[in-house]
Write a protein that binds this ligand. Structure first.
Ligand SMILES: [Fe+2]
Length: 181
């Protein structure tokens, strides 16, 4: 029952073994797309950040999917080397990585030239907050919502779980180097 558009956007949903969690994760993206001025096609085109100048061509989806791939490999390596000393729940990790930026879809409005710019809602409730709101509306469990809440600087005062640490660092390592390009 997963929405086809969301399935096409996120092949990584298949990595979530728990069927219910996979469906709730997909439903959260579906809800965000329903509420957003952006379409799934826009997400493959718009640059992932406006903070690093006009030359960045990496798309929103390329960036989000890269973070999920980095997070998955990190979790696998930690489970391989640390085992029960630092167990990583792969389903929670992958769902959290897929959902970390879902709230960004509510941060945009279209200006008169149809460029995506930050809207008032997005200024008041940045995506860690709106992401939790969307995810909870779709029944996503708290350990996954925690990853959304704690992934950006908003989470710097939060005691992060292992899975949240991984997503937080995967996200920053795939962003900060662009700032020096
Ligand atoms: Fe983010």
């Amino acid at each position: 029952m997963m929405n086809q558009k969301v399935k096409n956007l996120w092949p990584e949903l298949e990595w979530i073994k728990d069927q219910l969690l996979r469906e709730k994760t997909a439903r959260t993206w579906e809800l965000a797309l329903e509420k957003s001025v952006l379409s799934a096609e826009d997400l493959e085109k718009i640059p992932f950040t406006l903070l690093c100048g006009p030359d960045i061509k990496v798309s929103f989806m390329a960036h989000k999917r890269c973070v999920v791939h980095i997070a998955k490999e990190c979790g696998e390596k930690m489970n391989l080397f640390f085992g029960s000393d630092l167990p990583v729940n792969m389903d929670v990790l992958i769902a959290g990585a897929i959902l970390a930026d879902v709230g960004k879809l509510l941060e945009y409005e279209l200006d008169k030239d149809r460029n995506a710019v930050q809207c008032r809602y997005g200024r008041l409730l940045r995506h860690p907050f709106s992401g939790v709101s969307l995810a909870e509306a779709c029944g996503v469990p708290p350990e996954v919502c925690h990853i959304i809440a704690a992934h950006a600087h908003e989470g710097d005062l939060v005691k992060r779980t292992t899975e949240a640490y991984i997503v937080h660092h995967a996200d920053f390592m795939a962003f900060e180097p662009f700032k020096n390009k």
